[in-house]
Design a protein around this ligand. Structure first.
Ligand code: SAH
Length: 220
């Protein structure tokens, strides 16, 4: 197999996944195009790659999972990132969600709390050509030095909304709306996806969306 072949493998399966996500209600064509481009099978153990294009969360070690493709598509669609925006992801994990965001042309910052995952995923993203800024640390604190962000995406279930994440959203400016936070909130029974927009220096507007099941967001 040639050097380029790994990315091209599973093309039919990937297209099948995109059609499935479309039927399940994902309407953002840019998000669907990104899912169609990112080789999800390269973000997991090779032993699992045959299942990479099923709509399933799969184990990545250390009791963590690569999110279900529908969840990745849904969160990305809800965040609605535009090319060039500064986006912070909490929970780098496998790097798959990060790769989808990079494919959409954002300037990506991503934080992972488990060192072995950080150490595995950072070089993987680089090797595959995704220019994400990776950091090892507690994402409930955000990434202060790189703030403010146009968008923050939390990929683990939070018991409550970490204050630093709200503070690190960009304030609205003239015609331009403020930054937005997409975060699943709730305990082990399931989390409600929330979309929170900064509407002023100390004001925010929250919207509750659908229910999901995430691994927990664990503060330091
Ligand atoms: N976005 C990932 C999803 C991984 S699951 C992907 O596409 O694969 C959630 C991840 O959040 C796990 O890797 C977990 O270790 C990480 N996590 C949990 N609590 C965290 C915290 N406080 N700060 C940063 N990462 C955290």
């Amino acid at each position: 197999m040639s050097e380029l072949a790994p990315r091209r493998r599973f093309r039919r399966q990937r297209q099948g996944l995109v059609e499935f996500l479309r039927e399940k209600g994902i309407v953002d064509e840019q998000v669907l195009a990104a899912i169609n481009q990112v080789p999800r099978h390269l973000f997991m153990d090779q032993a699992l790659e045959r299942r990479a294009y099923e709509d399933e969360a799969l184990p990545i070690g250390l009791s963590q999972t690569i999110s279900q493709p529908f969840t990745v598509a849904y969160q990305t669609q809800t965040l609605a990132p535009r090319a060039g925006e500064r986006i912070l992801e909490i929970g780098t994990g496998s790097g798959y969600q990060a790769a989808v965001l990079c494919t959409l042309g954002v300037s990506l910052f991503t934080v992972e709390r488990l060192r072995p995952l950080y150490e595995r995923t950072r070089p993987l993203l680089r090797e595959l050509g995704y220019r994400a800024n990776c950091r090892h640390g507690d994402g409930t604190k955000g990434w202060e030095a790189m703030a403010p962000f146009d968008g923050i995406l939390v990929t683990a279930g939070a018991l409550d909304i970490p204050r630093p994440l709200l503070d690190q959203l960009r304030e609205p400016d003239g015609e331009r709306p403020g930054g937005r936070l997409v975060i699943p909130v709730g305990g082990t029974g399931g989390q409600v996806m929330q979309r929170i927009e900064r509407t002023g220096p100390a004001s925010f507007e929250a919207e509750e969306l659908e229910t999901f099941s995430f691994v927990p967001l664990i503060p330091e």
